[in-house]
Design a protein. Structure first.
Length: 174
């Protein structure tokens, strides 16, 4: 299958009835929120989607997405390449009160006013959810070694400094 640029929105019901599969990409400039969340986006988002109707007669959108980004290591403050990979499985709902009847394996996704879903926004959300909370190199690739890290104890010069919040404690006692 040839990789093509994916649509911004889709009608999941029609696509599921036709059992459509998409293999394509979203370009870097279509993923503005992700671009703002990382140091740099290094590739296009590669996406594979399948639409089908499950045995319970629910419309399902199942897929995977991946993209290469550059993050800043919070240990050594140097950039490093990271591949974000996400697998997801959605079932569209017209009202949020239908969420309770969905099986746990499906995430709900709401239709817009045209009966479509925001596909590019959904893929971008999935990729952003997979970003690490604290981006760091693997310890063997980081410039700051484990031996240089100090945990639990302050150096003596910092421990002897007066607490800047001591003034607040005295105000609380008055």
């Amino acid at each position: 299958m040839q990789k093509v640029k994916l649509p911004l929105t889709v009608d999941p019901v029609k696509d599921a009835q036709r059992r459509l599969d998409y293999v394509g990409y979203y370009s870097q400039d279509q993923l503005m929120r992700l671009t703002e969340s990382v140091s740099q986006v290094l590739s296009d988002a590669q996406v594979t989607l399948s639409f089908f109707i499950d045995p319970q007669k629910l419309v399902v959108m199942k897929g995977v997405a991946s993209i290469d980004v550059e993050l800043i290591c919070q240990r050594c403050d140097k950039p490093f390449k990271h591949t974000i990979y996400s697998e997801f499985c959605y079932s569209p709902v017209s009202h949020l009160d239908q969420v309770d009847v969905l099986p746990e394996i499906y995430e709900p996704i709401e239709f817009n006013e045209f009966g479509e879903i925001d596909l590019v926004g959904t893929i971008e959300d999935e990729l952003m959810l997979e970003l690490p909370l604290v981006p760091m190199h693997e310890p063997e690739h980081c410039e700051v070694s484990v031996a240089e890290q100090v945990f639990g104890e302050l150096p003596e010069e910092l421990a002897k400094k007066p607490n800047p919040f001591a003034v607040l404690a005295s105000l609380k006692q008055k």
